[in-house]
Ligand binder design. Structure first.
Ligand SMILES: *Cc1c(COP(=O)(O)O)cnc(C)c1O
Length: 351
């Protein structure tokens, strides 16, 4: 009964079986409200096991809230947050980071490839130190980036060393954190606190859950009163077990990493089939679950005419995102259509 699968967003996907089963298991009888239940304790512990550290864990409904509240907790209103021009916090959160921090300003750093590098951080953080400029306090990076690049561990360590030196906290927007782990094949601990990340927003929604992101504080002091911040922002789920149980399903079964690896493999599968076609350019290195394709407007229209949906407002090309449920066969259909359109067959001949 459903339409053919699309790759416009990884949020088009449904709920993966592991998250669904855990939600069903949590739906037995009653449980205490507002996070006082066993599922929430178990999910928090599952994060501590997975990250090999006693981090503070909080659950909210979505990534905008996770990022905004995490950044707000690291800032006073007169502080500023260094990010890239393409970062979700800058372009896709409707000013929520500024709103929830009561005005902390986002400072957009120049970036050649969407990655924030130490020299750009340093340039912004040291450019002004007078009373008139919002005092830089936090750096936020997206792992993988909005266009699907993955910071290496060495790059992360260099960024965090720069942050330490300049007295800045380091926040990671991990809306697709699992895809980065799968891509690098490294542990969550290596990618975060061992590399100097202070706070991580770990995305569950794009990873296969119905809803929910986790915020992990690797420095317990920074988490002080964060529960109040969540409540005030309308992000404290009353029936919290239905947010937290999915995490138990994702983490305890390893679905979080399997799902991500599958999405990444589907991106690589598409890239392999369309790379090098005439008039088709893959815009960014394919290192996670995204493929950005540059084609003429005529060719993009031909692709739309064949029923494909995709965004073009991010990254300057057609964006295709792959999730836990992406069908490799459907990826091949997309590749075949792009191939046909590239060869000219799509423009004259269809329908
Ligand atoms: C999807 C996404 C988010 C979260 O967005 P919500 O729609 O608020 O859940 C945050 N950061 C990045 C990079 C994203 O792609």
């Amino acid at each position: 009964m459903s339409d053919p699968q699309q790759f416009a967003s990884d949020n088009y996907s449904g709920i993966c079986p592991e998250a669904w089963a855990a939600m069903a298991a949590a739906n037995q009888g009653q449980a205490p409200a507002y996070g006082e239940d066993e599922w929430t304790a178990r999910a928090s512990d599952a994060f501590r096991v997975q990250f090999e550290t006693a981090c503070e864990v909080f659950f909210v409904f979505n990534g905008t809230a996770a990022n905004s509240l995490a950044l707000a907790s690291l800032c006073q209103s007169y502080h500023s947050v260094i990010c890239t021009a393409s970062s979700h916090v800058e372009t896709d959160e409707c000013g929520a980071p500024e709103f929830f921090s009561n005005g902390s300003k986002l400072l957009v750093a120049p970036s050649a490839d969407g990655k924030l590098m130490p020299q750009a951080i340093r340039a912004i953080a040291t450019n002004r130190n007078d009373i008139h400029f919002p005092k830089p306090r936090v750096v936020t990076i997206t792992q993988p980036t909005e266009t699907g690049q993955v910071y290496s561990l060495a790059e992360l360590r260099a960024i965090s060393a720069c942050c330490r030196e300049l007295g800045l906290s380091l926040h990671m927007d991990g809306a697709r954190f699992a895809n980065a782990c799968a891509s690098l094949g490294c542990s969550p601990a290596d990618m975060t606190w061992r590399a100097g990340v202070d706070v991580l927003c770990f995305g569950g929604t794009k990873n296969g859950m119905a809803v929910g992101e986790a915020i992990l504080f690797f420095n317990g002091k920074l988490a002080e009163d964060f529960d109040y911040r969540c409540k005030q922002a309308g992000q404290l789920a009353s029936k919290m077990r239905f947010l937290s149980a999915s995490w138990v399903g994702m983490l305890e079964t390893g679905a979080w990493l399997r799902n991500a690896a599958h999405g990444n493999a589907c991106a690589a599968r598409l890239a392999r089939q369309i790379g090098g076609l005439p008039g088709v350019e893959i815009l960014f290195p394919v290192e996670a679950n995204a493929v950005f394709v540059l084609m003429s407007d005529t060719k993009l229209d031909a692709l739309r005419d064949r029923g494909w949906r995709f965004y073009t407002f991010i990254g300057g090309g057609a964006r295709f995102m792959f999730a836990w449920d992406s069908s490799p066969q459907r990826v091949d259909e997309l590749a075949a259509d792009i191939r046909q359109i590239a060869s000219g067959a799509g423009e004259a001949g269809h329908e």
